[in-house]
Design a binder for this molecule. Structure first.
Ligand SMILES: NC(=O)c1ccc[n+]([C@@H]2O[C@H](COP(=O)([O-])OP(=O)(O)OC[C@H]3O[C@@H](n4cnc5c(N)ncnc54)[C@H](OP(=O)(O)O)[C@@H]3O)[C@@H](O)[C@H]2O)c1
Length: 285
């Protein structure tokens, strides 16, 4: 990985490698491991933690609240997301407050619209800006927005204050390289890649067993999953949020901060998993 941080356009530093938490907090029997994982991730520099009011109906945020207890709040970068149906004047302030309560903090570093719904973007943007003025959030962004959605957002007053678009991106799903990544680069909006490990390889069969992935892993003495994560982080202007509820996996993921794929390795991966040279619809989970 080249740099550990990206500077957002509002001059806030965001870590390039963080921790996802979908399904974390769903099962009491896994709680101890999950808390240990998150804390280890923080110790190893993965201070960005991504969650959402949707995850386990608040269970993920509650578990993170327990895990981050005792850490200096200002050293963490907490991201949460509002449901599209809550992203209007009637509900967003309550939603945000509830996320803060569950996390047991008094501000979010970043608040995202989880995906587009029926509430007009203009209303959501106004509310996000109000949340900033109230000190409840530092910045806001969106998730699952394709290029046309971004363009529409930019046409709304203050829509261009959006600092991040969180979208699916992994070695087996490179459609955004065709038009969304270039658009975001041009508008100085980093990509936050979700499912960067293709959900441990399960989103695309054969990914971890692929000969190029295996060969690179063997030559470098790393795991195929680390190759996947290193590929995502080889891109400029890209943040990745792998999820793990197991400390040994979290340790592996954190190690990728020190792994930079070489040109020839990237070429091998390109050959096996080329980015499409035509527009494809945004991949969404
Ligand atoms: N905005 C959105 O709509 C959206 C959608 C999906 C995800 N997200 C966010 O992005 C985060 C990451 O995406 P994701 O959870 O879908 O998938 P992911 O991070 O690509 O993969 C997670 C899976 O990989 C396994 N894993 C993690 N590290 C591993 C390692 N070193 N070796 C082997 N297996 C490993 C995990 O199992 P263990 O837990 O057992 O380690 C888990 O099953 C989410 O948690 C969430 O925060 C956002």
């Amino acid at each position: 990985m080249k740099e550990n941080y990206i500077l957002l356009k509002d001059n806030i530093k965001i870590p390039r490698l963080g921790q996802g938490t979908w399904f974390i907090g769903d099962n009491k029997a896994r709680e101890k491991d999950e808390i240990e994982s998150i804390r280890l991730g923080i110790e190893l520099g993965m201070t960005l933690i991504d969650t959402a009011e949707m995850y386990g109906s608040g269970a993920s945020e509650r578990l993170i609240g327990k895990a981050i207890k005792g850490y200096d709040r200002d050293k963490l970068f907490l991201v949460s997301k509002v449901y599209p149906h809550n992203a209007g004047r009637n509900n967003i302030f309550n939603s945000c407050e509830n996320s803060l309560k569950r996390l047991n903090v008094d501000y979010l570093d970043l608040y995202l619209l989880h995906w587009r719904g029926s509430i007009p973007l203009k209303e959501t943007v106004e509310c996000m800006e109000e949340l900033i003025s109230q000190g409840k959030i530092k910045s806001w962004g969106v998730s699952n927005f394709d290029t046309d959605d971004m363009e529409e957002l930019w046409s709304v007053a203050k829509g261009s204050h959006c600092v991040i678009n969180q979208v699916l991106y992994h070695l087996g799903s490179r459609g955004i390289e065709y038009d969304l990544i270039p658009w975001m680069k041009e508008h100085n909006v980093p990509v936050m890649a979700y499912s960067p490990l293709a959900q441990g390889g399960s989103l695309r069969r054969g990914l971890l067993k692929n000969k190029a992935v295996q060969e690179i892993a063997q030559n470098r003495g790393i795991s195929p999953v680390q190759v996947l994560l290193a590929f995502v982080l080889s891109q400029d202007n890209m943040i990745a949020i792998p999820k793990s509820g197991k400390p040994e996996h979290t340790r592996e993921n954190a190690e990728v901060a020190n792994i930079t794929l070489k040109e020839e390795e990237l070429k091998m991966l390109d050959k096996e998993f080329p980015a499409p040279n035509y527009k494809t619809p945004l991949d969404i989970i």
